[in-house]
Design a protein around this ligand. Sequence first.
Ligand code: INI
Length: 192
Amino acid sequence: MAVFEGNFTQTRSMKFAFVIGRFNDLVTSKLLDGAQDCLKRHGIDVNPEGSQVDYAWVPGSFEVSMVARQLALSGRYSAIICLGAVIRGNTPHFDYVAAEVAKGIAAVGFQTGVPVVFGVLTTDSMQQALERAGIKSNLGWSYAMSALEMASLMPQVYSGKPEGGKLEGSTEMASLMPQAHNEKPKSEKSKE
Ligand code: INI
């Protein structure tokens, strides 16, 4: 049997998309700074004019998953990083926005097979949000690390070939799984 594990070293061919909520952009732009810093220090060209990272700005966290889904379906990206800040003090509908964005982002990952990182802060106050977006630490960095790890892990899982060694034993499940991020599982194709 085998161990599938992402690494942070072979980033040359990776492509990422950010989807960022403008609402509370004091916070989300800091999260973006932290995430870009992490990607840059792992060898990725974060320039929007370059070939590795695209950026999509949306009005608020509620709209993040809709755009993330389209980007994931394009099949162009190794992972999508969703950034937002939902702050309880700002809105009576905190719970709705927070729940929808969490559900939506999880659904995009499940539906498309493309890793989608949940980088949406949900806090009680602006102070707490800012502490997590740079004053104490910057969670944007951690979100980018998750994206790098998943971008390295998922191709191994889809191909059944762990980077560290050869997969032994049955590979029966491999025939059921999508071979590429934007391809349907073979079991579904046969029903069409
Ligand atoms: N969007 C956020 O990203 N964070 C919030 O705290 C927030 N508040 O407080 O309402 C918020 N609202 C906007 C929402 O995401 C949508 O953009 C809006 O409802 C239009 O659909």
